[in-house]
Design a protein around this ligand. Structure first.
Ligand code: PLP
Length: 403
């Protein structure tokens, strides 16, 4: 008998680790060195974890080998609570769930919310785990457009147009993966207004909230809209460079009285996965308190800022390539002018690049961008590696799809 995957997976895809990565692994197995620019994994590019975090994990690894509280270690939840309280957000330790990365919590949040056919407004382009998690939970991701001409800000009119009586939530990724956009307060208030009018839950994915360039600041969504039920997601993977320890949190903010049933559902799902990785939870309080070492990397002279600049400058020197300068996060999302590059299948294009130059990037349609005219590059490699990679992408593009 054939074993066939569940129909629940019919619309589930996650191209960041999709068929292009499989081809990259085949090439690696055949002895090629592949520069993998597909994931925002700081450790893979020589970023160390802050020593005090490592210390906390090492100190507890010998003792924290049992299951813990399903919602998370009390000291970690208290630290998350205090962190948001200092930003003017009112919440208690009971409103916080620790998870094995934000990824697990995104999936739990959608599973607890959606019935078949329910809709969630998700940005295009998006971090594709959101679309995949909505689909896996039986829902439909309805993509609202972020406008490249307006520095990739969400188009409020498009959001409003796409609300239906099945819409339950809106996802806001700020700072944004893949575009690097950071949203101002006025725009966030505009989104809040739509959520208020249509009774939507807001899912605020703020995992890059400390990775900000050029003096921009980040406002947590929940601090602007205390009257809305806002699920705020964040964790240790990016700002603290410990993606492999799988540690994130979900803070349920705003009025909870009318959401008791949903919160009960979330708690059932938290109980079912028993608990999140315990040693990493012991580092959460240390991470959130005191000096933030990510600042050394994003302020002038910092490695991440210099790499963002290098990637932006070199990408925009390639004929027919433009790019909105990222203001946050770890990526650039350049555009290929369709008048210059007649690309019909952008996954095919990144496969061709991989085979020709042994560089792996992710095609724009992998982020649910509707046209095959973008790609995403991570800005984590050293300046030398980025220079080499973007130069080779430029030579590959020279002549590609131009006919
Ligand atoms: N949300 C966004 C916007 C991301 O870019 C990522 C990872 O790249 C995640 C969530 C998942 O992070 P975690 O490692 O905490 O699962």
């Amino acid at each position: 008998m054939q074993v066939i995957q569940s129909t629940k997976l019919a619309n589930v895809c996650y191209e960041i680790r999709g068929p292009v990565l499989e081809e990259a692994m085949r090439l690696e197995a055949a002895g090629h060195r592949i520069l993998k620019l597909n994931t925002g994994n700081p450790a893979a590019f020589g970023f160390d974890c802050p020593p005090e975090i490592l210390e906390d994990i090492l100190r507890t690894v010998g003792t924290a080998h049992g299951y813990g509280d399903a919602k998370g270690l009390l000291s970690a939840r208290r630290a998350v609570m205090q962190h948001y309280q200092t930003k003017g957000i009112d919440l208690s330790v009971d409103d916080i769930y620790l998870g094995n990365g934000v990824s697990e919590l995104i999936q739990m949040s959608m599973q607890a919310l959606l019935d078949d056919g329910d809709e969630v407004l998700v940005p295009a382009p998006d971090y594709p785990l959101w679309t995949a998690s909505v689909s896996l939970s039986g829902g439909t991701a309805v993509h609202y457009r972020c406008d490249e001409q307006a520095d990739w800000m969400p188009d409020l009119a498009d959001i409003e147009r796409k609300v239906t009586d099945r819409t339950k939530a809106i996802v806001v990724i700020n700072p944004n993966n893949p575009t690097g956009a950071v949203y101002g307060d006025e725009l966030l208030r505009g989104i809040a207004e739509i959520a208020r009018r249509h009774n939507l839950i807001v899912c605020a994915d703020e995992i890059y909230d400390k990775i900000l360039y050029d003096g921009v600041t980040h406002t947590p969504f929940a601090s602007l809209a205390p009257d809305l039920l806002t699920l705020t997601f964040n964790g240790l993977s990016k700002a603290y460079r410990v993606a492999g320890y799988r540690s994130g949190w979900l803070a349920v903010c705003g009025p909870k009285a009318h959401a008791a049933s949903y919160i009960e559902g979330l708690t059932i799902l938290a109980n079912m996965r028993l608990c999140a990785n315990m040693p990493a939870q012991h580092a959460v309080a240390t991470a959130l308190g005191g000096r933030q070492s990510i600042n050394d990397l994003v302020l002038p002279g910092g490695r991440l800022l210099e790499q963002r600049d290098t990637a932006y400058e070199l990408l925009t020197q390639i004929p027919g390539v433009s790019c909105v300068k990222p203001k946050g996060a770890l990526y650039a999302f350049p555009r290929l002018d369709p008048k210059v590059y007649k690309v019909k299948d952008d996954r095919r294009m990144v496969l061709d690049l991989l085979r020709a130059e042994k560089i792996m990037i992710v095609h724009g349609t992998g982020f649910n961008w509707p046209e095959p005219d973008h790609f995403r590059l991570v800005t984590l490699p050293s300046k030398d590696d980025l220079t080499d990679a973007v130069t080779r992408i430029g030579s590959f593009l020279d002549g590609y799809g131009q006919y």
